[in-house]
Design a protein around this ligand. Structure first.
Ligand code: S6P
Ligand code: ZN
Length: 244
Protein backbone atom coordinates (compact mmCIF):
# COMPACT_ATOMS: atom_id res chain seq x y z
CA UNK A 1 0.00 0.00 0.00
CA UNK A 2 1.42 3.41 -0.93
CA UNK A 3 2.21 5.97 1.75
CA UNK A 4 -0.86 7.95 2.64
CA UNK A 5 -1.14 11.54 3.67
CA UNK A 6 -4.81 12.39 3.85
CA UNK A 7 -5.29 16.14 4.08
CA UNK A 8 -8.55 16.64 5.96
CA UNK A 9 -8.87 20.25 4.82
CA UNK A 10 -9.72 19.47 1.21
CA UNK A 11 -10.63 15.78 1.22
CA UNK A 12 -7.90 14.94 -1.26
CA UNK A 13 -5.85 11.80 -1.02
CA UNK A 14 -2.16 12.67 -1.40
CA UNK A 15 1.00 10.71 -1.69
CA UNK A 16 4.28 12.35 -2.48
CA UNK A 17 6.65 9.49 -3.00
CA UNK A 18 4.81 6.57 -4.49
CA UNK A 19 2.17 5.61 -7.04
CA UNK A 20 -1.45 5.70 -6.04
CA UNK A 21 -3.21 2.37 -6.40
CA UNK A 22 -6.63 1.61 -7.84
CA UNK A 23 -8.11 -1.68 -6.71
CA UNK A 24 -9.81 -2.66 -9.95
CA UNK A 25 -11.90 -5.39 -8.35
CA UNK A 26 -13.25 -3.20 -5.54
CA UNK A 27 -13.23 -0.03 -7.68
CA UNK A 28 -11.51 1.90 -4.93
CA UNK A 29 -8.50 4.14 -4.65
CA UNK A 30 -6.45 2.43 -1.96
CA UNK A 31 -6.26 4.57 1.17
CA UNK A 32 -8.61 7.30 -0.02
CA UNK A 33 -11.93 8.33 1.53
CA UNK A 34 -14.86 8.38 -0.89
CA UNK A 35 -17.12 11.40 -1.18
CA UNK A 36 -20.57 9.85 -1.50
CA UNK A 37 -23.63 11.28 -3.16
CA UNK A 38 -26.95 9.73 -2.29
CA UNK A 39 -30.30 10.31 -3.97
CA UNK A 40 -31.13 13.19 -1.64
CA UNK A 41 -28.10 15.11 -2.94
CA UNK A 42 -29.44 14.93 -6.49
CA UNK A 43 -32.63 16.90 -5.98
CA UNK A 44 -33.57 18.62 -9.23
CA UNK A 45 -31.46 16.34 -11.42
CA UNK A 46 -33.96 13.60 -12.29
CA UNK A 47 -36.96 14.83 -14.24
CA UNK A 48 -39.53 12.36 -12.98
CA UNK A 49 -40.28 14.00 -9.65
CA UNK A 50 -42.90 11.45 -8.59
CA UNK A 51 -40.41 8.63 -9.15
CA UNK A 52 -37.73 10.62 -7.31
CA UNK A 53 -39.96 11.12 -4.27
CA UNK A 54 -40.89 7.43 -4.30
CA UNK A 55 -37.21 6.47 -4.49
CA UNK A 56 -36.41 8.70 -1.52
CA UNK A 57 -39.19 7.10 0.50
CA UNK A 58 -37.75 3.73 -0.41
CA UNK A 59 -34.38 4.71 1.10
CA UNK A 60 -31.77 7.33 0.37
CA UNK A 61 -29.64 5.08 -1.80
CA UNK A 62 -26.05 5.67 -2.78
CA UNK A 63 -25.90 6.84 -6.39
CA UNK A 64 -22.18 7.47 -6.80
CA UNK A 65 -18.91 8.01 -5.01
CA UNK A 66 -15.75 9.85 -6.00
CA UNK A 67 -12.29 9.36 -4.58
CA UNK A 68 -9.96 12.16 -5.51
CA UNK A 69 -6.19 12.26 -5.53
CA UNK A 70 -3.50 14.83 -6.06
CA UNK A 71 0.19 15.38 -5.70
CA UNK A 72 1.62 18.63 -4.43
CA UNK A 73 0.25 21.58 -6.35
CA UNK A 74 1.71 24.56 -8.06
CA UNK A 75 1.08 26.01 -11.51
CA UNK A 76 0.19 23.28 -13.98
CA UNK A 77 -0.70 20.73 -11.33
CA UNK A 78 -3.20 17.99 -12.13
CA UNK A 79 -5.50 15.97 -9.95
CA UNK A 80 -7.92 13.17 -10.59
CA UNK A 81 -11.12 11.56 -9.47
CA UNK A 82 -12.10 7.90 -9.51
CA UNK A 83 -15.85 7.83 -9.99
CA UNK A 84 -18.12 4.85 -9.33
CA UNK A 85 -21.78 5.19 -10.32
CA UNK A 86 -24.13 2.48 -9.09
CA UNK A 87 -26.59 0.87 -11.50
CA UNK A 88 -30.12 2.12 -11.10
CA UNK A 89 -32.80 4.48 -12.37
CA UNK A 90 -35.22 7.11 -11.18
CA UNK A 91 -38.22 6.58 -13.41
CA UNK A 92 -36.73 5.99 -16.84
CA UNK A 93 -33.64 8.06 -16.13
CA UNK A 94 -30.42 6.25 -15.36
CA UNK A 95 -28.35 7.01 -12.26
CA UNK A 96 -25.91 9.79 -12.98
CA UNK A 97 -23.70 12.42 -11.43
CA UNK A 98 -24.84 15.89 -10.54
CA UNK A 99 -22.70 17.32 -13.33
CA UNK A 100 -20.75 20.53 -13.50
CA UNK A 101 -18.77 23.07 -15.43
CA UNK A 102 -15.25 23.82 -14.29
CA UNK A 103 -15.11 27.13 -12.46
CA UNK A 104 -12.01 27.91 -14.49
CA UNK A 105 -13.76 27.47 -17.82
CA UNK A 106 -10.61 26.86 -19.83
CA UNK A 107 -9.86 23.72 -17.80
CA UNK A 108 -10.24 20.59 -19.90
CA UNK A 109 -10.47 17.04 -18.60
CA UNK A 110 -9.67 13.52 -19.75
CA UNK A 111 -12.02 10.67 -18.85
CA UNK A 112 -11.01 7.03 -19.00
CA UNK A 113 -13.75 4.41 -18.62
CA UNK A 114 -12.48 1.51 -16.52
CA UNK A 115 -15.39 -0.89 -16.15
CA UNK A 116 -19.10 -1.20 -16.68
CA UNK A 117 -21.00 0.70 -19.33
CA UNK A 118 -22.26 4.21 -19.33
CA UNK A 119 -21.46 7.47 -20.95
CA UNK A 120 -21.10 11.17 -20.55
CA UNK A 121 -23.42 14.03 -21.36
CA UNK A 122 -21.46 16.94 -22.77
CA UNK A 123 -22.96 20.35 -23.07
CA UNK A 124 -21.70 23.73 -24.09
CA UNK A 125 -22.37 26.80 -22.00
CA UNK A 126 -25.75 27.70 -23.48
CA UNK A 127 -27.12 24.21 -22.85
CA UNK A 128 -29.32 23.95 -25.88
CA UNK A 129 -29.68 20.53 -27.45
CA UNK A 130 -29.72 20.73 -31.21
CA UNK A 131 -32.49 18.70 -32.86
CA UNK A 132 -30.06 16.24 -34.43
CA UNK A 133 -28.83 15.31 -30.97
CA UNK A 134 -32.22 14.32 -29.63
CA UNK A 135 -31.44 10.65 -29.95
CA UNK A 136 -28.26 8.83 -29.22
CA UNK A 137 -26.36 7.82 -32.29
CA UNK A 138 -23.19 9.65 -31.35
CA UNK A 139 -19.90 7.87 -31.77
CA UNK A 140 -17.11 8.71 -29.31
CA UNK A 141 -14.89 10.09 -32.06
CA UNK A 142 -17.54 12.69 -32.88
CA UNK A 143 -17.42 14.21 -29.44
CA UNK A 144 -14.42 16.49 -29.78
CA UNK A 145 -14.69 20.07 -30.89
CA UNK A 146 -17.39 21.10 -28.46
CA UNK A 147 -15.40 24.20 -27.60
CA UNK A 148 -16.23 25.57 -31.05
CA UNK A 149 -19.94 25.05 -30.61
CA UNK A 150 -22.14 27.17 -28.44
CA UNK A 151 -25.36 25.21 -28.73
CA UNK A 152 -24.45 21.56 -28.52
CA UNK A 153 -25.32 18.85 -26.07
CA UNK A 154 -24.32 15.27 -26.72
CA UNK A 155 -24.36 11.89 -25.07
CA UNK A 156 -21.22 9.86 -25.70
CA UNK A 157 -21.48 6.17 -24.77
CA UNK A 158 -18.40 4.80 -23.01
CA UNK A 159 -17.25 1.29 -22.24
CA UNK A 160 -14.10 0.06 -20.51
CA UNK A 161 -10.92 1.26 -22.16
CA UNK A 162 -12.43 4.24 -23.94
CA UNK A 163 -10.96 7.68 -23.40
CA UNK A 164 -12.67 10.96 -24.09
CA UNK A 165 -11.23 14.44 -23.99
CA UNK A 166 -13.46 17.24 -22.77
CA UNK A 167 -12.40 20.65 -24.04
CA UNK A 168 -12.64 23.59 -21.68
CA UNK A 169 -16.09 25.13 -21.39
CA UNK A 170 -17.85 21.75 -21.61
CA UNK A 171 -20.32 20.91 -18.87
CA UNK A 172 -20.21 17.19 -18.11
CA UNK A 173 -22.36 14.62 -16.37
CA UNK A 174 -21.55 10.90 -16.23
CA UNK A 175 -24.26 8.24 -16.50
CA UNK A 176 -24.40 4.52 -15.75
CA UNK A 177 -26.51 2.82 -18.42
CA UNK A 178 -25.60 -0.73 -17.39
CA UNK A 179 -26.37 -3.25 -14.70
CA UNK A 180 -22.95 -3.13 -12.99
CA UNK A 181 -21.17 -0.17 -11.38
CA UNK A 182 -19.72 2.20 -13.98
CA UNK A 183 -16.15 3.08 -13.03
CA UNK A 184 -14.11 5.86 -14.60
CA UNK A 185 -11.15 8.10 -13.96
CA UNK A 186 -11.20 11.83 -14.67
CA UNK A 187 -7.95 13.83 -14.80
CA UNK A 188 -8.13 17.59 -14.72
CA UNK A 189 -6.19 20.72 -13.70
CA UNK A 190 -5.98 21.07 -9.94
CA UNK A 191 -7.20 24.65 -10.29
CA UNK A 192 -10.29 23.67 -12.34
CA UNK A 193 -12.86 23.99 -9.55
CA UNK A 194 -16.44 22.72 -9.75
CA UNK A 195 -19.26 25.05 -10.72
CA UNK A 196 -22.49 23.17 -10.03
CA UNK A 197 -24.67 26.26 -10.31
CA UNK A 198 -23.92 26.59 -14.03
CA UNK A 199 -26.06 23.56 -14.80
CA UNK A 200 -28.34 23.36 -11.77
CA UNK A 201 -30.93 25.91 -12.85
CA UNK A 202 -31.72 24.55 -16.30
CA UNK A 203 -30.37 21.01 -15.79
CA UNK A 204 -28.67 19.22 -18.67
CA UNK A 205 -30.56 19.44 -21.94
CA UNK A 206 -30.33 15.70 -22.57
CA UNK A 207 -31.81 12.99 -20.37
CA UNK A 208 -30.40 9.46 -20.68
CA UNK A 209 -33.32 7.07 -20.44
CA UNK A 210 -34.07 3.38 -20.57
CA UNK A 211 -35.73 2.93 -23.95
CA UNK A 212 -37.38 -0.13 -25.40
CA UNK A 213 -34.22 -1.04 -27.32
CA UNK A 214 -31.66 0.13 -24.78
CA UNK A 215 -30.39 3.47 -23.51
CA UNK A 216 -31.46 6.56 -25.37
CA UNK A 217 -30.42 10.17 -24.89
CA UNK A 218 -33.36 12.41 -25.51
CA UNK A 219 -34.29 16.03 -25.15
CA UNK A 220 -35.08 16.70 -21.50
CA UNK A 221 -37.82 19.05 -22.59
CA UNK A 222 -39.46 16.20 -24.52
CA UNK A 223 -39.14 13.90 -21.52
CA UNK A 224 -40.70 16.49 -19.22
CA UNK A 225 -43.52 17.01 -21.70
CA UNK A 226 -44.12 13.27 -21.93
CA UNK A 227 -44.19 12.99 -18.14
CA UNK A 228 -46.65 15.81 -17.74
CA UNK A 229 -49.06 14.48 -20.35
CA UNK A 230 -48.86 10.76 -19.80
CA UNK A 231 -47.22 10.11 -16.44
CA UNK A 232 -44.31 7.85 -15.72
CA UNK A 233 -45.82 4.60 -16.90
CA UNK A 234 -46.59 5.82 -20.39
CA UNK A 235 -43.68 8.22 -20.81
CA UNK A 236 -41.60 5.62 -22.61
CA UNK A 237 -44.34 5.03 -25.18
CA UNK A 238 -44.79 8.73 -25.68
CA UNK A 239 -41.09 9.25 -26.15
CA UNK A 240 -41.04 6.34 -28.56
CA UNK A 241 -43.63 8.09 -30.66
CA UNK A 242 -41.62 11.31 -30.54
CA UNK A 243 -38.64 9.49 -31.96
CA UNK A 244 -40.56 7.77 -34.74
C1 S6P B 1 -14.01 16.38 -11.75
C2 S6P B 1 -14.49 15.25 -12.58
C3 S6P B 1 -15.13 14.08 -11.81
C4 S6P B 1 -16.46 14.44 -11.14
C5 S6P B 1 -17.24 13.18 -10.78
C6 S6P B 1 -18.49 13.47 -9.96
O1 S6P B 1 -13.71 17.49 -12.54
O2 S6P B 1 -15.34 15.69 -13.61
O3 S6P B 1 -14.22 13.58 -10.88
O4 S6P B 1 -16.26 15.26 -10.02
O5 S6P B 1 -17.63 12.54 -11.96
O6 S6P B 1 -19.32 14.35 -10.64
P1 S6P B 1 -19.86 15.68 -9.95
O7 S6P B 1 -20.61 16.38 -11.02
O8 S6P B 1 -20.67 15.29 -8.77
O9 S6P B 1 -18.61 16.45 -9.52
ZN1 ZN C 1 -14.98 17.82 -14.24
Amino acid sequence: MPPVNKDPSDGLFRTDDGPHQIDIIKATLVGAVPAERHLSALRGCFSDNAAYQAALRDGDRLVYAVQSGAADGGPGALQYGLGVIQPGRVGLEFYMTKGHQHTWRQAGEVYLALSGSGGIVLQAETGQARPEHKTDTVRPQDATGLADATDQARFVPLTAGQIIYLPGGTAHRTVNTGTEPFVYLGVYPADAGHDYDATAASNFALAVLAGADGPVATSRADYLAALSTSGNSAAADTLGELHD
